[in-house]
Design a binder for this molecule. Sequence first.
Ligand code: GLN
Length: 531
Amino acid sequence: MTGGVVSSLGKGIISSSLANLLKARGYRVTIQKFDPYINVDPGTLNPYEHGECYVTVDGHEADLDLGHYERFTDIQTTRANNITSGRVFQTVIEKERRGDYLGKTVQIVPHITDEIKRSVKKLGTTGDFDFIITEIGGVVGDIESLPFLEAVRQLRWELGNDSLCIHLTYVPYIAAAKELKTKPTQHSVKKLQELGIQPDILVLRTEHDITADARKKIALFCNVSPDAVIQSVDVPTIYEVPLKMHEQHLDEIVLRKTGVTPEGEPHMAPWLHFLKKLKAATCPVTIGLVGKYVELQDAYKSIDEALFQAATYNDRRLDLRLIHSEKVTTDNVDDLLADLDGVVIAPGFGQRGIEGKFVALKWAREHDIPTLGICLGMQCMVIEFARNVLGLEGANSTEMNPTTPHNVIDLMEEQKSISNMGGTMRLGAYDCQLRSGSKAAEAYGTTEISERHRHRFEFNGDYRQAFEQAGMQCVGENPRTHLVEVVEMPDKRWYIGIQYHPEYSSTVLHPHPLFLSFVSAAIAYAAEKGK
Ligand code: GLN
């Protein structure tokens, strides 16, 4: 899957939609993303650069497109599903240092391109998949993506009909001329052809229907058969895209072109059930998300999606209020939160905006409104409780104040000696044991869970007893290390903090139980308020 004309056309959504359809036909599919930037992984990129950092079960800090892949396909991705130029170069340079190239000159072609091809084929050698969709980040014509496109050219040559290229482009509408313009697409396909790649299928992003004539014209100029020119018109929800692609036979075309005869129809009933619920859900549930990146559309992508799925399955339309944590003060907190049916305190790093989170949490706790604290949000719950209930003045996380008199959130001993930014985090899935009878256990319907983590700091176990005696229970812990993973206040309607990130594993067909339970508590609270 390559992209042309401009970025942000939604290659991830088209890849996910195709994967969704192939999976619904019974095939085993996975999607991988190649990012042409030099960072070894997106873990060190801040959300202004790259939106949310997604985390895979095996602890890889990944591009947020992997979140789309999982939400659309219910297939868990791993570190093999997200590779950057930086990682490719790092691997090649490490091999060079080890002497693996036996004195040869190490070059972009063949060494870098071979490493890229190896990464594509690696997923295939596991025997776990019938189809691998490889998405090449960026736009054709970028200097950065050249080695990837050269690797695609070679792979197409080596694999023949076992591979194909789908190219996603943009067809702009010029309002003054009332015309859709195909020229940018033609140019972008020419660019691809110059690199030796002939696309097999074109997907055209557009705001207006593409006429049969325009389709024919594009087909003729781009050497693509007219039925393989597919339009992707803007739809109210991205979750309709698989249906739109199926209407135009994208899945069948892919099967035919790779030598498979399509049989029957994809099994879309569960997906259609979700879309039906989505259409019917008109009554709102109002949730506030308190964080410091709320102005960035993609910074809390997985949380937004998890809430949206949970609202839909609770037959509500999600009315998400984004609340900037830097702007919450004791003077305005009433105005900002009084309307809400539930509050989520977002994850994050660093001091900025943290005091606003404490103010919001104090208000939420005292007004007994359903509240979910995620990662830093959970740590803030603990700090706010320490300061305002336990009376531990100046209580803090050592992340925010290394000399705090009450380090209720602190580094684990074994992490204190590590200084490399990329190396100190607790990443990936860890088991957690829930206390039976707790609200958390009730939400999950089980006491044995496994959830993904991405953090350095932890609840300080020395304070556990004081918290429990005062009404904040530590109801989830790691069975091996006994680190506290879940806190809750049983005497509140729904006040739960989790050290992990449940949002990463909420999918369209399997919405996360904790989000379902939180939204359902918010709906019950709204009803109590007489809303
Ligand atoms: N900054 C906190 C930590 O490192 C929380 C991280 C997060 O919210 N993902 O522990």
